[in-house]
Design a protein around this ligand. Sequence first.
Ligand code: NDP
Ligand code: PYC
Length: 337
Amino acid sequence: MVKMKQLALQEIKSLSLSVLDRAGYGSAHAQSIAAMLYTCQLDDCQSHGLFRLLMCAQTMQAGKIDGHVAPVIETGDNAIVRADARGGMSLLAFEQALPSLIEKTRKNGIAALAVNNCFHFSALWPEVEALSSQGLAAMAMVPSHSWVAPAGGKRGSLGTNPLAFSWPRRSRDPFTFDFATSGFARGEIELYKRAGKPLPEGVAIDKAGNPTTDPQAALDGAMLTFGGYKGSALSIMIELLAGPLIDDLTSLESMEFAAGTGGAPYHGEILLAFDPAHFSGGRVAENDARAERLFADIVDQGARLPSQRRFAARARNLARGYVEIPQALYEDLQAMC
Ligand code: NDP
Ligand code: PYC
């Protein structure tokens, strides 16, 4: 059993800001990173909550990120917003580009945001939910580092490449999913390693290409995509849409750019947003009701919708006023500030 530490909600941000300040991030970047970590930790997303402060600090130590740079947001006449993170963390660029993405989506029915030249460490669901909270449906994708073997392959070519989607629901939490296209996220394997637990079968192969359940052998070898060739193809699609399409790096290129230094991958991100008011033939309420019928049919048979665990965790943590993180992580973070 991993020993857990109770952390008051206000401590999530204060601890994050101390670590980030000490690591060398300027106030604007630190605030946007701390806000993301609070959102994820509040929902008990352990692999992309406070644990990611370790990656943020390693990224700074690797010496390639600019912790103070201001992003540049470009909005032309078309439906594309471009946010140039200019070698900083992605989150400030996303935050500053979001109003333009919403405005363009409401105007055109569909719009895209390309975030370029960014270091990226975070979960995607808070970003797609920033759009669904405005009544828009949204998708987001990023590559990472080439840790993941394609189906039938033996070495890493693809990233862990998460795909997130959120659908707005009237007076309810949205329908959201967000997962790596690898069987496990890299962060999840790292958590298994810290907890001294073996991985399930089918998540990774070792350096020699043999199946392994040893987290360190998995980190040294290659991860596998979920769903065999289907996850592999989705992962390649994400490489293309969030890489060459938007004039940014693939996971292979991100790995080369890092040149063995640790920290967050460096690449781009693509977000697509859809306005139901434009798409649904003026029948938004009727079409919402049809979507609700589908959700009800899923839930009625005992299945759960993605993100239900997260929403329940949020309600519980808000009510009790604290979250739980591994004691060992707490001690590591304390030592960093
Ligand atoms: P998980 O496998 O933990 O969960 C993925 C999604 O599936 C969640 O929406 C989850 O909802 C849902 N889900 C889980 N179990 C069920 C179930 N039984 N029925 C229905 N839905 C279910 O995600 P990953 O570990 O793959 O990814 C975790 C995070 O890591 C993501 O937020 C992702 O963005 C991030 N990540 C970021 C990367 C990056 O480069 N920036 C790379 C890879 C991952 P719920 O939360 O409610 O359980
Ligand atoms: O968990 O795979 C992962 C990951 C990569 C970059 C940030 N998170």
